[in-house]
Design a protein around this ligand. Structure first.
Ligand SMILES: Cc1cc2nc3c(=O)[nH]c(=O)nc-3n(C[C@H](O)[C@H](O)[C@H](O)COP(=O)(O)OP(=O)(O)OC[C@H]3O[C@@H](n4cnc5c(N)ncnc54)[C@H](O)[C@@H]3O)c2cc1C
Length: 385
């Protein structure tokens, strides 16, 4: 196997790294709002690094998954980095879905302005109990056939970015009698549709990024047939196609945050003294650094291998589950150790570590909780043994 990156990719990676270091990290102390994001995106465009994942015809760089993973790690070094490059969740995954499955008219209406950053989008699948969660086939939101389209009724929550979004890609059961994974469809729901209600941004332990994690109600929301994304009944299939590579890019964004956390901790322990020597000279600190380096190295290799297989055309659902479990847990360990090495300073908001720590906790839950991925991995392994 060839583990070297092409020189043009190395140059692009270094440009993104420099942009994040020089333009994005200095903006971290400002309130995160649409105006800040728009100004960072304007700078990213000028730097020629806007929308690395977007098709060229939509103003992006049109890169494949391997270079994307490399760039997303650099973007992830700041919680503003992916927003600045317009490759943050959930817009990134939604734009990917639209570019794969939208009709020409849907692409012009939704993808083009979304790619331009004219509005934000969200993705609504999860429901409060007893509805869809770890097991999405428990979905209760219904899309009922009516004259000229569909009527949607249901209750969703944890739709990231829904506050202020203009588009909600909504999963709803459109054929309750079909096989479990063929029951649901995806609908493009404009948030000003009559009957669509934004209930609240759910308070969470995270940092309340743009648009929060939101609870939504659908009461007789009408969408015409041209608002169905892909074919009716294909909702779960498309969700999987959205999620398998999106899990890798998510892993790489988090890897960037974890890598930066380790670097911050190392800078601190090289300076701070206790018990007559630098903290970096204490063996238990060195072990924490070593364990974090091992976690980061293993995570990076694992994701890059899965990305490479995806680029070769392989089905990477198994590999992406492995990456999701390992990286989500490794990232939490690395950030936790970084806080420990920095002591009280690590717990303070003077460093970005506490922010990363609060946000990273959810990574073990969203995109499938670790337990569900372990279940799937074990089933695959048992099935082929
Ligand atoms: C920050 C954040 C952002 C999110 N963004 C979105 C979004 O944009 N759109 C969206 O639709 N959803 C989103 N979600 C929801 C997320 O996808 C769900 O939380 C996830 O699918 C788990 O569903 P649940 O919370 O209902 O957990 P539940 O289904 O209630 O499960 C609870 C726990 O049970 C355990 N468990 C479940 N199944 C098994 C099993 N088979 N074996 C062993 N243990 C098991 C796991 O530990 C799991 O964490 C987000 C969640 C968070 C925290």
């Amino acid at each position: 196997m060839d583990f070297d990156l092409d020189p043009p990719l190395i140059a692009l990676r270094d440009r993104v790294a420099a942009f994040v270091r020089d333009e994005v990290i200095p903006a971290e102390s400002q309130p995160v709002d649409d105006a800040l994001v728009a100004s960072l995106r304007a700078k990213a465009r000028r730097a020629g690094i806007y929308g690395p994942q977007l098709p060229v015809e939509f103003g992006g760089l049109g890169l494949g998954i391997v270079p994307l993973c490399v760039l997303f790690e650099q973007a992830g070094r700041s919680f503003l980095g992916a927003l600045a490059l317009h490759c943050s969740a959930p817009d990134e995954g939604n734009m990917h879905l639209l570019s794969l499955f939208a009709t020409h008219a849907q692409r012009e209406r939704w993808l083009r302005p979304l790619a331009e950053g004219e509005f934000r989008s969200c993705f609504a699948m999860t429901e409060p109990a007893p509805g869809a969660g770890s097991d999405p086939t428990m979905m209760e939101t219904r899309a009922t056939r009516v004259d000229g389209g569909w009527r949607i009724d249901g209750h969703k929550w944890f739709a990231t970015g829904a506050e202020g979004a203009r588009l909600t890609i909504t999963m709803a059961v459109s054929d309750p009698d079909a096989a479990p994974h063929k029951r649901a469809s995806m609908f493009l729901v404009a948030t000003d549709s009559p009957g669509y209600q934004f209930l609240r941004a759910v308070p969470t332990m995270g940092g309340h990024g743009l648009g929060g994690h939101c609870e939504l109600q659908y009461e007789g929301v009408f969408v015409s047939d041209d608002h169905v994304l892909g074919a009716p009944g294909d909702g779960f299939r498309m969700a999987q196609i959205r999620l398998a590579p999106a899990r890798l890019t998510h892993c790489m964004r988090w890897l960037g945050a974890a890598q930066r956390s380790l670097e911050i901790a190392i800078a601190r322990v090289k300076e701070r003294e206790a018990f007559g020597k630098k903290l970096a000279e204490h063996q238990s600190i060195q072990w924490m650094i070593a364990d974090s380096e091992i976690d980061l190295h293993a995570s990076r290799l694992m994701v890059m291998e899965a990305a490479w297989k995806h680029e070769q055309g392989s089905d990477i659902r198994h590999e992406s589950s492995i990456c999701k479990v390992f990286v989500a847990e490794a990232v939490n360990r690395v950030i936790d150790r970084a806080i420990q090495m920095c002591g009280a300073l690590g717990f303070s908001s003077d460093l970005p570590l506490e922010h990363f720590f609060r946000e990273a906790r959810a990574f073990r839950i969203y995109d499938g909780p670790s337990e569900v991925h372990r279940m799937v991995i074990a089933r695959n392994v048992i099935g082929k043994t």
